[in-house]
Ligand binder design. Structure first.
Ligand SMILES: NC(=O)c1ccc[n+]([C@@H]2O[C@H](COP(=O)([O-])OP(=O)(O)OC[C@H]3O[C@@H](n4cnc5c(N)ncnc54)[C@H](O)[C@@H]3O)[C@@H](O)[C@H]2O)c1
Length: 319
């Protein structure tokens, strides 16, 4: 579908800015709502959306979605065809230090955006959730119908709460809504606080890198192009009601294997410093993709080696 008006909250961030690129390229009008906060250098976020600065179909609104009335007023003014809500405090470890900020942004902010959609009559809503909702004990591969979710961090808890709020609005007000559980997303513009960013920068600089645990923890690393393809499929989905989908690669990779892959591509051995596993971290993530494949036509296409090489090409000149 194209020719629609789509609001992307968090549209200046890592995943959001890639989605904005694709929406504009296919002919949609996009309003990026972002507060450009300093969770990491906001200059990076401005750089992410700078290429579209003069595009007639693109607008940036600097707004904090924790502000209820301005959020409602904006969505009522825009009356978009759909909202993709990605604005959030992301990352597990900082959520232990300031759980209130995560609660206010990821739960309160999500409620504000949903309420704005209800009042503006927005018919479609896509929510950026996380594999972290599955916690430590879920049976792998993680399937969307798992009911016994045991979040291991405030971040994970806020994503479960966000999903629950989205469901309640879909149920009560007939908004067609989708929660997408993203699995460890990587690629160009990646948040600098993420492990792949730190490891790659360390290896390229010849600096030590800190690995937590014993190297056996594993993540279902997913390239941002695959995540954006799945998000567009969810946005264009015609089915009414509420649905939740995993967007992953179904290819869990251990921490040690990830570092070995980076070493192989860069051609330099990492200087590894081992530290104990961190509170809030989960031992593994592994996406079951049957539902996303069947209902979204989702088919992750970027191999880990190709995806890491793509990321390194982007990062190297920026160091
Ligand atoms: N990157 C991953 O591996 C990953 C995995 C699972 C889920 N997610 C989710 O995907 C979404 C995007 O993540 P990302 O990695 O692109 O992170 P990001 O931090 O790069 O993007 C989030 C954007 O939201 C904006 N934002 C935050 N709070 C806001 C507020 N109160 N008002 C307006 N804007 C606000 C930030 O400024 C930022 O630009 C988040 O909801 C995150 O929880 C990401």
């Amino acid at each position: 579908m194209s020719g629609q008006t789509i609001v992307v909250t968090g549209g200046a961030g890592f995943i959001g800015s890639h989605l904005v690129d694709r929406l504009l390229a296919r002919g949609d009008a996009v309003v990026c709502v972002d507060d450009f906060n300093d969770a990491y250098d906001p200059a990076l976020k401005r750089e992410n959306v700078a290429p579209h600065r003069d595009a007639a179909a693109f607008r940036v609104v600097e707004l904090d979605v924790r502000e209820r009335e301005p959020t409602i007023a904006l969505v009522r003014e825009l009356r978009p065809d759909a909202v993709v809500h990605l604005a959030a405090r992301a990352g597990v470890r900082p959520s232990l230090a300031n759980p209130w900020l995560y609660q206010e942004t990821n739960v309160g902010g999500t409620l504000n955006v949903l309420e704005a959609c209800r009042l503006a009559g927005v018919e479609r809503f896509v929510f950026g959730s996380s594999s972290s909702v599955y916690g430590c004990d879920a049976a792998a591969p993680f399937a969307e119908d798992a009911l016994d979710l045991r979040p291991a961090s405030p971040y994970a808890a806020t994503k479960i709460a966000g999903e629950a709020m989205v469901h309640s609005y879909a149920h009560l007000y007939g908004i067609q809504a989708t929660s997408l559980r993203f699995f460890t997303v990587y690629g160009p513009r990646q948040r600098p606080d993420l492990a792949i960013s730190k490891f790659t920068a360390g290896i390229l600089r010849g600096a030590p890198i800190e690995l937590f645990g014993d190297g056996t923890s594993s993540r279902d690393y997913t390239h941002v192009d695959d995540i954006v393809a799945g998000t567009l499929a969810a946005l264009d989905r015609a089915a009414p009601g509420y649905a939740v989908f995993n967007l992953g690669s179904a290819r869990p990779t251990s921490l040690r294997s990830l570092v070995a892959a980076l070493e192989g591509i860069i051609g330099v051995a990492a200087k590894i410093e081992w530290s104990p596993a961190q509170p809030g971290d989960v031992p593994r993530t592994h996406a079951a993709l049957e539902r996303a494949r069947a209902e979204l036509g989702y088919a992750p296409a970027v191999s880990l080696v190709d995806g890491l090489a793509d990321f390194i090409r982007w990062l190297r000149p920026r160091l």
